[in-house]
Write a new protein. Structure first.
Length: 261
């Protein structure tokens, strides 16, 4: 066979294979710590599906949705649904949830009582004083049977919304970050996971009770509404929802962070 024929044969054999899929860059916003660390574990899996994840860290909760809505990001992974719903209502963002990720269950801690059922009548319980975390604390206490809140109260109930308090519990509202520091002075405190771990508490061993991992405060991946059905979104979600990522979360965070898929 002549060189000319060899060249033609080579071209024909190449034509039999489809062109390599182009890598798509996906800029995804996250807060420092677990959200960003988990995305680092997702990154090599996503690369196998043709996605180049660019993880961009934000130190606050407001900018990642603004950046997503304005097109500076393709996705973000840092917030739970009640927070996103609140932002959409306040700012008119056209942003949609495409996947559940992980939960940082808020918990009840005590230095005076060894079990949740041992919290006595008339006990003093510290809860966060901001609407989101304070409401979350009261919803947890309702879920565990310590009190009842009025119907239709949503995700931001306050102590004014308590309709039944059989144990006549007293509530002290404090800054969420200060909750671990008041444990010596109260019967129990409802403490966010990040503040509990910073204070040396183990959310798995030390909490008397915690939220259900599949409750309303599960964190999410969000994208612009116009993008939610695009193939790269499906590939991103599939990359996150893998056994490898679940194993990473379990080994890295040892139960302080729970997977929700």
């Amino acid at each position: 066979m002549s060189l000319k024929h060899l060249g033609l044969a080579a071209l024909l054999s190449l034509a039999a294979f489809p062109a390599a899929a182009q890598t798509q860059t996906v800029r995804i916003g996250a807060t420092p710590g677990p959200h960003a660390q988990i995305l680092e574990a997702v990154k090599p899996i996503a690369a196998q599906k043709g996605l180049d994840l660019k993880i961009i860290e934000f130190s606050d909760y407001v900018v990642p949705n603004a950046a997503l809505a304005s097109g500076e990001l393709e996705a973000n992974s840092f917030q739970h649904q009640p927070y996103l719903d609140n932002q959409k209502a306040d700012r008119g963002y056209k942003i949609e949830t495409v996947a559940f990720t992980v939960n940082f269950p808020i918990g009840v801690y005590s230095k005076k009582h060894k079990a949740f059922d041992a919290i006595p009548s008339g006990a003093t319980i510290a809860i966060p004083n901001d609407p989101t975390n304070g409401g979350r604390a009261l919803l947890l206490l309702q879920d565990k049977g310590l009190l009842k809140l009025k119907d239709g109260v949503g995700f931001k109930p306050t102590v004014i919304d308590i309709t039944e308090n059989a144990k006549k519990l007293k509530f002290v509202e404090i800054d969420a970050a200060q909750a671990p520091r008041v444990l010596d002075d109260v019967d129990a405190a409802v403490i966010n996971t990040n503040y509990a771990t910073q204070a040396g508490l183990d959310p798995v061993k030390d909490a008397l009770t915690r939220e259900n991992p599949k409750g309303p405060y599960v964190n999410i991946i969000a994208v612009r509404a116009e993008d939610k059905d695009k193939p790269w979104v499906k590939a991103l979600v599939e990359s996150y929802h893998t056994p490898e990522v679940k194993k990473f979360v379990e080994e890295k965070f040892k139960g302080a962070v729970l997977t929700s898929w």
